[in-house]
Design a protein around this ligand. Structure first.
Ligand code: NAP
Length: 239
């Protein structure tokens, strides 16, 4: 139930996959504004009740940051308690080499957009002593199948470390690194994990660990099988 302790939370890429699973969990207690690339018509009826939705295409990082900021104000919010910058894309490299287009798209959507959105949202987060949450990936340590994607996630890791120090008096900053999850991302990326997909975690379980880590404001946090098997998802479900 949304009550006095409810928070104003932005989730980019909140219309599907991990972002939507997280939104479904948080919608019970918090006010949500979700973003995505799809039109409002395309996502109608699929979002948690009461959640706002904003179209912001991150393939144009500067425009997306301005759109998100304007959308938050149009939604009637002048502060933000939590910005979860989760929207992301990836491309499977062919023979270990990404195309120029894949490199540009991975860095624009995953890294540059997050950087510009973080900068734009800082004053709103500062007003409420809020939290910036960057969604990275275990691939930030390097992944042969998706080099540009791995580079973008390593960039987010560095960004979180820098902002955590720069903003420590005003805003909490964290980066969460999920392990593989059963969303449509791999298919969209042209990557077939084969048998390994059966071992991937359900989006709902990863979202439970995300919710737990967001509430704890810890960073960096790896969200993968080890945490899951140790009860990480169950901790998240209780929050
Ligand atoms: N699934 C995994 O195994 C895994 C593992 C580690 C980290 N992650 C990270 O978790 C996050 C969510 O991934 P997911 O698995 O939920 O992927 P997903 O199901 O493919 O969802 C991706 C989300 O990002 C949005 N998005 C993609 N391109 C965009 C663009 N150009 N402009 C605006 N929004 C865009 C999508 O919006 P539209 O639907 O409107 O295009 C969608 O909401 C990503 O940052 C991903 O890197 C995922």
């Amino acid at each position: 139930m949304i009550g006095a302790k409810s928070r104003r939370i932005l989730i980019t890429g909140g219309n599907t996959g991990l972002g939507l699973a997280l939104a479904a969990k948080l919608a019970r207690r918090h006010k949500l504004l979700l973003t995505g690339r799809k039109s409002e018509g395309e996502v109608a009826g699929t979002l948690p009740p009461g959640a706002g939705y904003l179209v912001a295409d991150q393939s144009d990082p500067e425009a997306s940051a301005a759109t998100v900021l304007r959308g938050i104000r149009d939604f009637g919010w002048d502060t933000l308690d939590n910005a979860v910058l989760n929207a992301g894309t990836g491309f499977a490299a062919v023979n270990g080499i990404d195309s120029t287009q894949a490199i540009r798209a991975s860095l624009d959507v995953n890294l540059l957009s997050a950087l510009l959105q973080a900068r734009a949202l800082y004053p709103l987060l500062k007003k409420s002593g809020g939290t910036l949450t960057l969604i990275g990936s275990v691939a930030h340590k390097g992944s042969a199948a998706v080099p540009a994607y791995a580079a973008s996630k390593a960039g987010l890791h560095g960004l979180a470390r820098a902002l955590r120090s720069e903003w420590k008096a005003d805003v909490s900053v964290q980066v969460l690194h999920p392990g593989p999850a059963k969303t449509d991302m791999h298919e969209k990326a042209g990557y077939d994990p084969g048998f390994m997909r059966s071992l991937f975690l359900a989006p709902d379980d990863v979202a439970a660990m995300m919710a737990s880590a967001i509430a704890a404001r810890r960073s960096p946090v790896t969200l993968s099988w080890v945490k899951y098997l140790n009860g990480g998802a169950y901790t998240g479900r209780r929050l």
